[in-house]
Write a protein that binds this ligand. Structure first.
Ligand SMILES: Nc1nc2c(ncn2[C@@H]2O[C@H](COP(=O)(O)OP(=O)(O)O)[C@@H](O)[C@H]2O)c(=O)[nH]1
Ligand SMILES: [Mg+2]
Length: 257
């Protein structure tokens, strides 16, 4: 049976979305499974994969810059909003593939998709029932306790905005030493360790704010397991797949066929 699970890769610029999108599809192909890639980044250049459905077929960043006399930032925002005008065509194109998994690569800058209405609208329009957000935490921004907390807050904000099942991924984990990876894992497993690290790093006048933020993270599921991944040898991709299957317990596991 056709499952039609939509998997969105979302994260800050350079967090590894496009690379993971590409490797996720390759991982599927290696197992004889079927997955298509949808590129929703109108400003994408040099993608590491060949998209099956490409928003650039409908929206061109260059054209928008020229037509409306906008600089690159203004044009990125205009293009992000224009995605919503093309969702009908994008959906039809996706449906024509009759694929089980639809892997969606999102615009470079997270705020273009998460904070603007078009992103939320697009997720709900394409498939409100079976969508999962894979949120990528960039390890280079998560080495300090306050950096890690800020990344978790962005992940929670994404969850709050898009209101879909979400999996937290620690991407590019090969860039971390074993020691750094251990510290991040400890922070993600143990709120007291993280609190201690934040207090040590930050001036104590922020104590109340720190406590409030850490409670928020604890209460709203920021401590869900982090899945470390890397572009090297498809590291962690089987864990992402398992995580997605767990989100949709009713859905059959394609691997069991
Ligand atoms: N070392 C390492 N580099 C990575 C990994 N994934 C992506 N990169 C690099 O990080 C940069 C940004 O990756 P990209 O996928 O374009 O990020 P995006 O902006 O989130 O789509 C590129 O130079 C990638 O080659 C990884 O797992 N390990
Ligand atoms: Mg990208």
């Amino acid at each position: 049976m056709k499952e039609e699970i939509f998997v969105y890769f979302i994260g800050t610029a350079g967090s590894g979305k496009s690379t993971l999108t590409s490797n996720f599809q390759k991982w599927f192909e290696m197992r004889g499974l079927d997955a298509i890639i949808v590129n929703l980044d109108p400003g994408a250049e040099n993608l590491p994969y060949e998209p099956d459905v490409d928003i650039r077929d409908w929206i061109s960043l260059r054209e928008v810059m020229e037509t409306y006399q906008l600089g690159p930032n203004g044009a990125q925002i205009a293009c992000a909003d224009m995605i919503a005008l093309n969702t009908e065509d994008v959906k039809k194109s996706i449906e024509s593939f009759k694929s089980d998994y639809i892997i969606v690569d999102t615009p470079g800058q997270l705020e273009l998709f998460v904070f603007r209405e078009a992103g939320k609208y697009t997720v709900e329009f394409l498939n409100p029932e079976k969508s999962v957000i894979c949120y990528l935490l960039d390890p280079s921004l998560a080495k300090t306790a306050s950096g890690f907390v800020s990344q978790l807050l962005l992940s929670i904000t994404t969850n709050f905005r898009l209101n879909q099942p979400q999996i937290n991924i620690l991407s590019k984990s090969d860039l971390l030493s074993d020691e750094e990876l251990d510290i991040i894992k400890r922070w993600s497993d143990n709120p007291d360790d993280l609190y201690g690290a934040v207090i040590t790093e930050e001036a104590s006048i922020y104590r109340e704010m720190n406590e409030g933020i850490l409670h928020l993270i604890q209460d709203f599921g920021g401590y869900t397991r982090l899945i470390p991944t890397s572009k090297k040898e498809f590291f962690g991709i089987d864990d992402i797949y398992t995580g997605i299957q767990l989100q949709f317990k009713g859905g059959e596991d394609l691997m069991k066929d």
